[in-house]
Write a protein that binds this ligand. Structure first.
Ligand code: ADP
Ligand code: MG
Length: 333
């Protein structure tokens, strides 16, 4: 089997849509210790995704290797798979993306005088060029799935693909409030976060200052778990789940059980069918949670789900009770 075909097959695992590309590229930027990450989407990312970071960049040798499958500069021992510190660890993302798109990488390592640029079209790598560019990395991914029509056909509308891609950037911005993110389409800047470390500021960038101001702080801990973050007032509830963000040990996670636990914490204060707005961060010893690191399944299994759910419900209830009590006018007689 040719390397190009192997990479195309691997791409089926890693890259299912523009959003999965965006996720891998952002993770690489974070692994490179970027302080600022810009994401540009054209046609929802189908026509083009550009991710620009100010991370440590790659030297010529790394740039030449970056698109090789299983070429990762992140060295791991098997035990590291239990406690994954950097986000990438398979060395598959760039090779997979480049197998099914036209990619251009421009990167300059810290301390280097010049940048290096290389284009990879459908897995075929062109020559390395020396160019001028700032320290950091810029990756342009054009015409995703141009050479795999079956997968192109599987994509949804530009609007849907864009929504998914933007959600990935939102999740990244919420998981790393200390990093400045900007997300724009060919038409607008959708949001920009300052990277000041404050989650409320990130939510203000995503949903507006007025909305963010009303959010209630929450913090609770048991022996094994810690939960903190911000939850919406009952009046801020939405008909979609898209405003609910859960992170477990820093990773964005979908967990219907914990979402239900949050809803339960609102007791009868939410209208039926409404979903609360929240950004909740659950921290625990990594041995108590099984993170399925499959590229596009952000799922976890807790060894004691009941315990986590109870802590979350209680913390939500306490945050709401505290506020509603405080809002009750004090009787003087
Ligand atoms: P992985 O992240 O699993 O190592 P990738 O295919 O995503 O594999 O990336 C391959 C390699 O390319 C990385 O190990 C890293 O050395 C380099 N790389 C990719 N993106 C960046 C970036 N934004 N900044 C610096 N280096 C990068
Ligand atoms: Mg990676």
């Amino acid at each position: 089997m040719s390397a190009a075909l192997a990479n195309q097959i691997a791409a089926g695992e890693v890259v299912v849509r523009p959003a999965s590309c965006v996720k891998e590229l952002i993770e690489n930027s974070l692994d490179a210790r970027a302080r600022a990450i810009q994401v540009h989407l054209r046609e929802g990312g189908i026509a083009e995704i550009v991710v620009i970071d100010d991370g440590q960049g790659m030297d010529e040798q790394d740039a030449a290797l970056a698109f090789r499958r299983h070429a990762t500069s992140k060295v791991y021992e098997p035990r590291d798979l239990v406690r994954i510190r950097t986000l990438g660890f398979r060395g598959e993302a760039l090779a997979s993306i480049a197998a099914v798109a036209r990619v251009r990488l421009t990167t300059r390592a810290v301390g280097a005088e010049t940048a290096v640029r290389v284009a990879v079209d459908g897995g075929e790598m062109g020559p390395l060029e020396t160019v001028g560019a700032p320290v950091g990395t810029r990756i342009e991914v054009r015409d995703l799935f141009y050479n795999t029509p079956a997968r192109l056909k599987y994509l949804r509308t530009v609007q849907t693909e864009q929504a998914r891609s933007v959600e990935v950037v939102q999740q990244a911005a919420l998981s790393r409030p200390d990093v400045a993110f900007s997300c724009q389409t060919e038409h607008h800047v959708l949001f920009q976060t300052p990277g000041n470390g404050d989650v409320r500021t990130v939510l203000a960038a995503l949903y507006g200052v007025g909305e963010a101001k009303q959010l209630l702080e929450l913090s609770a801990a048991s022996n094994d778990y810690r939960v903190h973050g911000l939850i919406g007032r009952p009046t801020q509830a939405r008909s979609s789940r898209g405003y609910a963000h859960l992170f477990v040990n820093g990773r964005p996670i979908r967990h219907p059980g914990i979402h239900q636990a949050v809803i339960q914490g609102y007791q009868n204060r939410l209208m039926v069918g409404k979903h609360p707005m929240y950004a909740l961060y659950v921290e625990m010893d990594p041995s108590l949670v099984d993170v399925n690191v499959h590229p596009h399944k952000a799922e976890v299994r807790f060894s004691e789900e009941q315990d986590v759910a109870r802590l979350v419900s209680q913390a939500v209830a306490a945050a709401l009770d505290g506020t509603l009590l405080a809002a009750t006018p004090v009787r003087t007689r």
